[in-house]
Design a protein around this ligand. Structure first.
Ligand SMILES: NC(=O)c1ccc[n+]([C@@H]2O[C@H](COP(=O)([O-])OP(=O)(O)OC[C@H]3O[C@@H](n4cnc5c(N)ncnc54)[C@H](O)[C@@H]3O)[C@@H](O)[C@H]2O)c1
Ligand SMILES: O=P(O)(O)OC[C@@H](O)[C@@H](O)[C@H](O)[C@H](O)CO
Length: 499
């Protein structure tokens, strides 16, 4: 059996016949932890961990090893621990594949097993940055942006935090990312370990402001947390970021391909397109990795980049995901190759998105649209429509509904954006009525509001749009009340002829 990737097997391979795979640029054994990452999914490993490694290597800095924290299960930690944190990034271009090894993960942990260790690391004076990629739904926000204190996981962390402020040892397993973060901040405050910067890397509009507000609101709900809240206001920064790299879920075929290139089995392998971008607001409370030396842009104002990316790339992605899945396409590349679907996406961007955007400095938005469509057309990433389609109730408010609101406020009917909503509604209907098969597989609705959406989709089909627009968690009261939007979505749903 092919041996597993680890520091020892890699060294043995290098001593023997060797391999042609570059990296790691940083040996985990030579680094200390300076950054804690919450949400050790595929994206962090293919994006921030790579920038952090390149920055550390360029600056000769050994203080930026990462403690990677998984959230919902120990699976990724179990994959990476026997590999000493080492893993490969398989880059799949349209014509070229390459593999490199990454060593910036110094440690991995699952809070279900090692919460005290994670909290102590967030509180360590040598830790300066916490990053997050826990998906849109992971933040447990109410539609008004406040923390959902009825969420049992967040509730459990709030109770643990209150006990810890009262002097209890920080031992209870953390159950939510924001709860874990705030409990780590509380310990850091108690230990007077200095300022910290929290960098959200999820696809949320104004992601830094969102996470900062969640932390402050959560603290406002906890008894005796005033001094902690004051310290957070003074000592913790929440810069916003725009993150971009298409990183699909890793498949067995990717692992087989990587094993052939490396000669070692890698259970932590991740896959990405060649393109990568990171724009970070330069408002850190303390030291940070020299990410600019790895190609990141540090800027005073990230909002125009973030807005352009969410509204052009992510909204187009979701449009292709819903329409593509409804037409039976397995991948985004197949969907964008359908001229009708490509035309729908172009109309979305040209007619509704671009009028709401201000071009970030140095970015031609029309060129950006075309570049994004070219990236989607890469046949080798294998990004599935069903993966991009998941969690629509949490994603659409971030990537589409800002456009819809801006267009309505400008007195325009967002007819093209309404096509995306119609596609999502048709997808919700099909996946909750057992009627959607994509590439030979039955697809069911994967969404944090699946139950509410299924009951809204259940009923006479001519009322589908009304019932789904009434889901306040997604559309709020304003969009539910817009008769122009309602008519536009209804017209598209009729055209889709799926109900
Ligand atoms: N994959 C990409 O192409 C890409 C690109 C840009 C940004 N992102 C951002 O990164 C996020 C994660 O993407 P990924 O590819 O790593 O996904 P993934 O499925 O590989 O990992 C998701 C991570 O989020 C955690 N998570 C999921 N649901 C959660 C919940 N309800 N509560 C707490 N934690 C939860 C998981 O435990 C895991 O650590 C995306 O949602 C997006 O915001 C991804
Ligand atoms: O990662 P999600 O689930 O928020 O969204 C799915 C895709 O639209 C997204 O991951 C893009 O691939 C990514 O945002 C490109 O940078």
């Amino acid at each position: 059996m092919t041996p597993r990737l680890s520091r020892a097997t890699l060294a043995a391979l290098a001593d023997g016949r060797g391999h042609a795979v570059p990296g790691p640029a940083v040996d985990p054994a030579s680094t200390t932890v300076g950054l804690v990452h919450l949400g050790l999914g595929a994206f962090h490993r293919a994006h921030q961990a790579v920038y952090t490694e390149d920055a550390a290597a360029a600056a000769g800095d050994t203080g930026w090893g990462i403690l990677g924290v998984t959230q919902r299960s120990a699976r990724v930690a179990e994959h990476l621990a026997p590999q000493d944190g080492l893993y490969g990034v398989l880059t799949k271009g349209a014509t070229h594949t390459s593999l490199r090894l990454i060593g910036s993960l110094r440690d991995v942990a699952f809070p279900g097993e090692r919460t005290p260790h994670v909290l102590r690391t967030i509180a360590a004076p040598s830790t300066h940055v916490v990053t997050l990629t826990v998906t849109e739904k992971g933040y447990r926000r109410r539609p008004d942006g406040l923390p959902d204190l009825t969420d049992p996981d967040l509730g459990s962390d709030v109770a643990a935090l209150a006990a810890e402020i009262g002097g209890a040892p920080p031992e209870q397993p953390a159950r939510s990312p924001i709860g874990l973060l705030v409990r780590g901040l509380a310990l850091r405050h108690r230990q007077d370990a200095g300022p910290l910067t929290v960098v959200c890397c999820d696809n949320l509009a104004e992601n830094g402001r969102v996470v900062g507000a969640l932390v402050h609101e959560l603290l406002a709900a906890v008894p005796h947390a005033q001094s902690l809240a004051q310290w957070v206001r003074a000592s913790v920064a929440f810069p916003s970021t725009m993150v971009d790299r298409i990183v699909p879920a890793t498949t067995d075929a990717h692992r087989t391909e990587a094993t052939a290139l490396l000669g070692l089995r890698d259970e932590g392998l991740v896959v990405g397109e060649p393109f990568t971008q990171w724009v970070v607001e330069d408002t850190f409370a303390g030291p940070r990795p020299a990410w600019e030396r790895a190609g990141a842009t540090l800027t005073a104002d990230v909002a125009p980049f973030e807005r352009a990316k969410l509204r052009v790339l992510n909204a187009s992605h979701s449009t292709l995901a819903y329409l593509g899945a409804l037409r039976g396409y397995a991948t985004i590349a197949e969907a964008v190759a359908d001229p009708e679907l490509e035309a729908i996406v172009r109309a979305l961007v040209d007619e509704d998105v671009l009028p709401t955007l201000e071009a970030p400095e140095g970015l031609d938005l029309v060129r950006y649209r075309d570049d994004v469509l070219d990236r989607f057309a890469n046949p080798n990433t294998g990004h599935t429509t069903v993966q991009v389609a998941m969690d629509g109730s949490a994603k659409l408010p971030q990537r589409l509904l800002g456009t819809v609101r801006d267009r309505l406020a400008a007195g325009a009917v967002p007819t093209a954006a309404a096509a995306t909503l119609a596609a999502w509604m048709s997808y919700v209907h099909a996946t909750t009525h057992g009627g959607l098969e994509v590439a030979g597989r039955k697809v069911s609705l994967d969404d944090p509001l699946a139950d509410a959406l299924a009951s809204a989709a259940d009923g006479p089909v001519d009322g589908l749009v009304d019932r789904l627009l009434a889901v306040r968690e997604v559309f709020g009261a304003d969009l539910a009340a817009s008769s122009e939007l309602r008519s536009a979505v209804r017209a598209h749903v009729r055209t889709l002829a799926l109900v």
